[in-house]
Design a protein. Sequence first.
Length: 140
Amino acid sequence: MREKDPHSLSAPKPIYPIHRRLTLVWWVWLGFRLLAVPLLTHWLASAKPAMVGGIAWQALWLIPALLSTPYIVKGKSPYALLLLSMLTFVYLGGSGMVALKYGYQMHWGLMAVWLVDFVLLGWVNYWLFILLKRLPKMNG
């Protein structure tokens, strides 16, 4: 039997700091998407859409993310976090497409709002990926 080398690179890496960063970025993204996107859209758009309607619309679109928030807060289930990563990629694609749409329409302020949303989702996916790599293997 081989002895484990105490200096090997396969020592378990800490999960807590990554989970804390993921949770922080997740709450920042949810708050930004739920409140800041409708408010900034109201202020920057020429049509002046309703703020309350925008918040309700974003809340409707965020139902899957809000339902999966407990899995982010716990940060222990690799299967749930993997599915959540796929869900956030859908949100990421949607944010990128909306940002491109406003870019083609030359609404630079609205494009910037959706690019911030895109970057926040990118950070969520980054920390999810790092956390998934550090959690115990799913098949063992």
